[in-house]
Write a protein that binds this ligand. Structure first.
Ligand SMILES: [Zn+2]
Length: 305
């Protein structure tokens, strides 16, 4: 009897303690501080966090993920983040090094390594590895919003339902976006094009854009003279309808390839959409802008000289 009363008493005390703590806990617990590497990832994270908090963006307007120097304010943002959503060391080896130096590796979520991500290969021989530009396939974005919701829920169980509902809404939006992009690209068909840097392979595969070559590789290294000569030969033989320079980059190489040929010189947003305002709508805006830019080649290719 004594034991029973003690246990009952303990239970009452525990219940009282739980009731006393519950409201305090929900007031005290702010949502996790989230940092995203590039604007498209930031956009997906912002959709998953809608109504709970806002992610920060590491590489803002005009920043090129391939060539980058970290500022002290950005090092501080990395230090204070609870979760870092990033493409992975394949895109930003410099960031991987910084994360290790700051001891932030545990908080980093490399999306390329998420199970279910559809990967393409880039490079040859010793340089072969996954092409990092995987965000340009909206189905990868769909895999990642679920993964973001799970990681957020683990860090912040109270808002689990909100993250899950937001991820579901984001996936509906991504499916609609995929249809809209396909519709805009219909007129392009299999028109052969060349792009400035090999950063559009995921988009090309998902939406059947016929990219026959890139001027520079997936790490945006400058091309060699032999590669430039072979591209020029392709263009002179009439195998290429359009050459796309990349917005925010020197169009000199694309200009030199098309000069005096029938190929049209057009421009394309960079794969990270660095000129498109960041926010929840960025991802959609980037894919639609890419669709429109590629589709412009259909018109250019039909124009009589
Ligand atoms: Zn790139």
């Amino acid at each position: 009897m004594q034991t029973f009363r003690t246990l009952a008493h303990a239970a009452i005390l525990l219940t009282a303690a739980a009731i006393a703590l519950a409201p305090l806990r929900s007031i005290a617990e702010a949502p996790p501080r989230v940092l995203a590497d590039i604007a498209p990832v930031h956009s997906l994270a912002a959709q998953v966090m809608a109504g709970t908090g806002r992610p920060d963006l590491l590489l803002g307007r005009g920043a090129d993920p391939h060539h980058f120097q970290l500022r002290p304010s950005q090092a501080r943002a990395i230090k204070s983040a609870d979760l870092i959503f990033m493409i992975g060391p394949e895109l930003t080896p410099w960031l991987d090094e910084v994360l290790r130096r700051l001891g932030a590796g545990e908080r980093a979520v490399p999306l390329l390594h998420t199970q279910g991500t559809l990967l393409l290969k880039a490079g040859e021989g010793e340089r072969a590895g996954p092409d990092p530009h995987a965000w340009l396939d909206p189905r990868n974005a769909g895999v990642w919003v679920d993964h973001m919701a799970q990681r957020l829920a683990r860090a912040d169980p109270e808002r689990r339902a909100a993250y899950a509902a937001n991820a579901a809404a984001a996936k509906t939006r991504l499916a609609e976006l995929e249809s809209a992009v396909s519709a805009r690209l219909e007129a392009l068909g299999d028109t052969p094009v060349i792009v400035q840097h090999q950063g559009y392979a995921y988009f090309a595969r998902r939406f059947s854009v016929n990219i026959v070559a890139a001027i520079s590789d997936s790490e945006a290294r400058p091309p060699g003279a032999r590669h430039m000569r072979s591209l020029r030969e392709m263009i002179e033989s009439g195998e290429v309808a359009c050459v796309f320079a990349e917005e925010g980059h020197d169009p000199g190489l694309a200009e030199s390839l098309t000069a005096g040929t029938d190929a049209a010189l057009l421009s394309l947003p960079d794969p990270a959409g660095s000129a498109i305002p960041p926010g929840p709508d960025h991802y959609e805006a980037l894919l639609l802008a890419l669709a429109d830019a590629f589709a412009a080649c259909a018109g250019a290719a039909q124009e009589p000289e």
